[in-house]
Design a protein around this ligand. Structure first.
Ligand code: C2E
Ligand code: CA
Ligand code: CA
Length: 807
């Protein structure tokens, strides 16, 4: 063994090496014996006379001593001389033999010593550990692993005190704590520790250090074996971490063998199963969690084959409330390398409860507790799938209360809500199990009748029960109220194959039921399909029409009844489609209203009319004011007033030039909100008129609180004048109501002189109708206003008697 050797090969020996080698092998004795023999032989030879020495050759050649002696005697030597020669020869021969043997032994010993050294060197260098040999606290030998591990050079170590072996703190290498290991090993012969050490570059690592003391020729030595155990420590750390996770994780974890026997489980699993540890390990999972999952053996096999599995299960027994768990099985290997399964149980009871609550909130109507539109749509989708598979049919019924607004307006919102709740309860009661009842919003309900053969009879039964259930009076706000219901029915797959079309059909059928006199049931038909398709077609065409400049505006004059002079006009939207056909606003306005297109359309009418009013004013042309129709949806738009302000600013129109016509029913949809908007518009200086007055359900008491300037008598009353008594009475009372409230009155749809005269007699301020003029294009209107050809039944010459001042 050499302190500074780099290779396993023997290196040239130093005197120190020689002495060490001698002390280890004991071969020094053989050498000295050999030297003695050689000395004895040469002395023996020196002492023999030359003639004797020459004779020794003959003795050596003789086969035996007797033969040698006799041959010497025959050559003339006396017997004693012959004996002496023979003895000398024998002695020399003996010595020579001994020398040969000794030399052989010496060679063998030397070979063995070389082998031992080679072996020691090899072990020293080839061992995986870092080795240091210390003598009196100085390192006298170390291997290359040692240099590599600590990142030091041989010169920095050999002959030095390797303090880095005993502490990771480079400043405290001599501290008592640091040399404790050294002292302990010297005292007890052995010391071992696992500790952190530092490389020269500052990097730290985990190592296992074994210190062994030994003595060589009476001197104390220390062998330090250092093993880098950083990787092992990392693995241990990881295992500790995993164990911590295993013990503290909220999820229950059980490790199963391929037969589903629980081999290990964490504390959370005890909560999952509700059992103590001794009732868990080495028992089948199904028994422990009381889970009858027949497919488990097959599932476990496929999990072990590498296919993870996940599912939901409920765990509970008579003593505990069942809980929902998300269970997942993942493949793993156990210590023996056998396939095992990690089963993870996550308690999702609370999440499910929250989900259910949220779903309930999202899918139910808070007022009646019935499923809402969204839920109903989902349900229809499910029924479609089911019926498509089963080849069956089902019915979608759309219901709308008749005269609900009347109840709402006359008895108040609270009573209206109460009515809806009672209706919901009665509907649920009227239909049998398995029939789905939903509220779509407002006074709209839906009923889904699943396929119970024959479907048409079922529909008739349900319709009958529904109508009957609502026939009884409702006790509301201390009075009795009656409401009817209009019901439209469509059948899957006869009438449609998707949710939207089914709902659209039911809606069309419902409107048809309403049209034919309320409290009716109407089943969708091909005729109605044509209506629905036409509506659908109109809807898409209208969308394009707005962008393609197909919408224009005509203006219908309004004149003073007494003078026949132009007072104002009403802006009426016109749609000439791509084929050049004129489509009536009575057709496209309701569709625009339903589809939301009315916002854009209404905006267009407002802006165009305002620009026109400004242009006429600049040209010095009448009319004094322009009336514009507002749809209910426009009125309810949260930014309507702001938009109106923007239009005033953009076009430069004066607010007092404008009159907005709002239908009675639009106002009544949400009285409070309408009132707020009307107040703001009136505050801006815009006049407001109630359109189609007399056709709605407004209670006259409301009229007082509305900030309005004008009432328009609907043409349905005007057309029955002057002969129809009730039309006459209504027209009269509208005029007197308006007068009493200081409002002006416009009669619209005046076609004949008797109508006109009758209205004039009543004191109606203004008239509008074909008797005056058809709605006119802007150019035609300008021309008309110059002539003002209408003279009506004028008995007096007219002047420009407009009460509206130009400001
Ligand atoms: P409305 O507001 O009641 O408009 C009066 C309707 O009666 C107009 O029909 C007009 O052309 C018609 N009319 C006028 N004088 C006579 C007459 O002497 N006899 C008869 N039989 N009819 C007469 P139009 O233009 O077809 O408008 C129908 C409805 O469409 C309007 O009824 C209004 O509710 C709506 N509408 C029209 N333009 C717009 C608009 O720009 N916005 C909104 N929201 N609705 C509009
Ligand atoms: Ca109108
Ligand atoms: Ca009208």
């Amino acid at each position: 063994m050499t302190a500074t050797s780099h290779s396993a090969e023997p290196t040239p020996r130093t005197p120190a090496d020689e002495s060490r080698r001698e002390s280890w092998t004991g071969e020094g004795d053989a050498v000295s014996v050999l030297a003695c023999i050689n000395a004895a032989l040469s002395e023996l030879r020196d002492r023999l006379p030359d003639d004797l020495l020459a004779n020794l050759q003959d003795v050596a050649r003789s086969a035996s001593a007797v033969q040698a002696r006799s041959s010497l005697q025959s050559s003339g030597l006396v017997a004693s001389q012959a004996d002496a020669i023979v003895r000398s020869a024998e002695m020399i021969e003996e010595l020579e033999r001994t020398r040969c043997e000794l030399e052989r032994a010496h060679q063998t010993a030397e070979q063995t010593a070389q082998d031992t050294e080679l072996l020691a060197n090899t072990i020293f260098e080839r061992t995986c550990s870092a080795l240091f040999v210390l003598k009196e606290r100085a390192c006298i030998a170390c291997n290359r692993n040692a240099l590599r591990l600590f990142g030091v050079s041989r010169d920095e170590v050999i002959g030095q005190y390797p303090g880095f072996l005993f502490t990771a703190d480079p400043r405290g290498e001599d501290a008592p704590g640091a040399i404790f290991g050294y002292e302990a090993a010297m005292l007890h012969g052995h010391f071992c520790e696992e500790s952190i050490r530092r490389r020269k570059n500052g990097e730290v690592f985990w190592c296992e250090i074994t210190l062994s003391a030994f003595r060589v020729r009476g001197q104390d030595h220390l062998l330090a074996v250092v093993k880098d155990i950083t990787r092992r420590k990392q693995v241990e750390e990881q295992l500790r971490l995993f164990a911590g996770v295993f013990d503290n994780i909220q999820e229950g974890v059980a490790i199963l063998d391929r037969r589903g026997i629980i081999r290990e489980a964490n504390p959370a699993f005890e909560r999952v199963s509700g059992r103590p540890p001794e009732e868990i390990t080495d028992r089948p999972l199904q028994e422990v969690v009381n889970w009858s999952f027949e497919d488990l053996p097959r599932v476990l096999e496929s999990v072990i084959a590498g296919e993870p599995w996940a599912g939901r299960m409920r765990i509970g027994d008579p003593c505990r409330r069942p809980k929902s768990f998300l269970v997942s099985f993942s493949p793993s290997l156990d210590a023996r390398g056998d396939g095992s399964v990690i089963a993870l149980f996550s308690d999702v009871t609370r999440i499910e409860r929250t989900q259910r609550r949220l779903r309930r909130q999202v899918l139910h109507d808070p007022l009646t507790g019935l499923p809402n539109r969204r839920y109903c749509r989902e349900q229809i989708q499910c029924l479609i799938q089911h019926s498509a598979d089963a080849g069956s049919a089902f019915a979608v019924c759309f219901l709308d209360l008749d005269d609900f607004k009347h109840v709402n307006d006359s008895l108040g919102h609270k009573a209206g809500d109460q009515l809806l709740q009672i209706v919901a309860r009665r509907l649920k009661k009227a239909v049998s199990q398995g029939v789905f009842v939903a509220r779509f919003g407002g006074d709209e309900f839906a009923i889904l009748i699943p396929d119970i053969d024959p479907l048409r009879i079922r529909i008739a039964e349900v319709a009958d029960a529904v109508l009957k259930s609502l026939r009884r009076p409702f006790r509301l706000a201390g009075t009795q109220a009656f409401v009817g219901i209009s019901m439209g029915v469509t059948i899957y797959p006869t009438h449609a194959g998707n949710v939207d079309t089914l709902l659209q059909n039911a809606d069309v059928a419902m409107y048809s039921a309403k049209d034919s006199g309320k409290n009716q049931v109407c089943i969708f038909s091909d005729d109605l399909r044509a209506v629905a398709e036409d509506r659908h077609h109109t809807q898409s065409a209208l969308r394009r029409a707005l962008g393609d400049n197909q919408i224009s505006i005509e203006y219908q004059p309004q004149v003073w009844t007494t003078t026949g002079r132009l007072a104002g006009c009403e802006a009426l939207a016109r749609w000439r489609n791509s084929a050049g056909q004129i489509i009536s606003p009575t057709k496209f306005i309701p569709i625009a209203e339903q589809t939301g297109l009315i916002t854009a359309l209404g905006d267009f009418v407002l802006a165009t009319t305002c620009r026109q009013a400004v242009a006429w004013r600049l040209a010095g042309c009448l009319p004094d004011r322009v009336a514009i129709n507002l749809s209910p949806r426009q009125l309810r738009h949260p930014r309507f007033v702001e938009r109106m302000e923007e239009i005033l600013a953009e076009t430069g129109v004066r607010p007092e030039w404008l009159e907005l016509e709002i239908t009675e029913n639009a106002v009544m949809e949400d009285v409070q909100q309408s009132m707020r908007v009307m107040d703001r518009l009136a505050a801006m200086g815009i006049r407001l008129a109630i359109d189609d007055f007399g056709t709605g359900y407004s209670s006259l008491s409301y009229l007082k609180s509305f900030n309005i300037h004008c009432l328009k008598i609907d043409k349905s009353f005007v057309s029955d004048l002057p002969d129809d008594e009730s039309a006459l009475a209504i027209a009269r009372s509208i005029v007197s109501l308006a007068k009493g409230r200081g409002l002006s009155v416009v009669a619209e749809g005046v076609e004949t002189s008797p109508q006109y005269e009758c209205l004039m007699e009543m004191g109606c301020d203004l008239i509008q109708g074909f008797i005056v003029s058809q709605p006119l294009t802007p150019a035609a209107f300008e021309a008309w206003s110059k002539d003002q050809p209408f003279s009506g039944a004028l008995r007096f010459p007219v002047g420009n008697s407009s009460p509206f001042s130009f400001s």
